[in-house]
Design a protein around this ligand. Structure first.
Ligand SMILES: [Zn+2]
Length: 319
């Protein structure tokens, strides 16, 4: 994804070079040192769930792997206590430029919820499709099977809590199909098929805010301070990460084009929790995006921050 970002970064670097002013990587203030934090999300369980998703092989829309992955996601949602009536599939056709099916492809989002008294609420989301590559088998452990796994593992505690303390508002869980481009991210809207379809149905699924998780399993994860994300939601996450981890995890200015952008365009507050340097990673969109290269501590770090920020995020979007 996101060649434009690479170009923008390149442009930024060139500008920097022309100005003759190098911009050093921000060094944490003394007060911003990582503290000795304890995870509240079971990282080993996240890896185990990721492994189950990857066992289906590539998950390109319309493939057997995609179908199997949906069964796997639905069974994991049931395992964490989400009722069958609260898990649905949203299928639709969209025009895609991919050979050999040039024309229409069927996509399927999974929509689940921990219901509250009101149907409105915050959504946690990740894309479950994997990018299609002709020349090698692409698994997308980081991009974004482990994000799906992290969201499911994280809400386990919310399901338990909701049994004793009934929810005022609903917590939505969205697993998007078709985030990846078939041919070229930048032409013919060849990207974010699932999220673009979902926002057409906001009257039916009243999502009032979105936290998207995408590629958060690289070692020593640092997240983007994304220009396309809502400032007030980023502030909650920055504050929470300082409280919980000892420093701001959303530290690098960046402009991400991802499944949150259709929400932003629909005026739904949103934030993308995305590795600030995914596009410079040596294994992004390569055969090396596998389970072995995921870092459990990074997944726990993002999960712990998000779990701690959840009440404030929900409060902010449900006002
Ligand atoms: Zn990707």
């Amino acid at each position: 994804m996101l060649r434009s970002i690479m170009l923008m970064l390149l442009a930024a670097l060139l500008l920097t070079a022309c100005d003759g002013k190098a911009v050093p990587a921000p060094t944490p203030e003394p007060a911003e040192q990582e503290k000795d934090w304890k995870t509240t999300v079971d990282g080993a369980a996240v890896l185990q769930r990721t492994k189950r998703i990857l066992s289906w092989g590539p998950r390109v829309a319309g493939s057997k792997g995609s179908l199997g992955t949906r069964l796997e996601i639905k069974s994991m949602l049931a395992e964490v206590g989400i009722a069958a009536k609260d898990i649905i599939e949203q299928s639709f056709e969209a025009k895609t430029p991919n050979p050999p099916t040039q024309g229409k492809t069927t996509f399927t989002n999974i929509i689940a919820r921990i219901p509250g008294r009101n149907t409105r609420g915050l959504a946690l989301a990740a894309h479950y499709d994997s990018k299609h590559f002709e020349e090698f088998k692409f698994l997308g452990a980081n991009d974004a099977a482990s994000s799906v796994a992290l969201v499911i593992e994280l809400v386990k505690a919310e399901v338990v809590r909701a049994k004793t303390t009934p929810r005022e508002n609903t917590l939505w869980l969205l697993f998007f199909d078709g985030e990846e481009a078939y041919v070229d991210w930048h032409t013919n809207n060849d990207n974010t098929y699932g999220s673009r379809e979902f926002v057409k149905h906001l009257a039916e699924y009243p999502v009032r805010g979105l936290v998207l998780v995408d590629m958060v399993g690289t070692k020593n994860i640092l997240l983007a301070d994304d220009a396309n994300s809502s400032a007030h939601l980023k502030d909650i996450l920055k504050r929470t990460s300082r409280d919980v981890l000892g420093y701001n995890l959303l530290a690098r200015p960046f402009s991400a084009v991802d499944d949150h952008v259709p929400f932003r365009d629909a005026k739904v507050p949103c934030v993308d929790l995305i590795d600030h340097a995914f596009d410079t990673s040596t294994w992004w969109h390569t055969v090396h995006d596998t389970l072995e290269n995921l870092d459990q501590r990074s997944l726990e770090k993002v999960g712990t921050m998000l779990a701690a920020a959840l009440p404030a995020l929900e409060q902010a979007v449900n006002q």
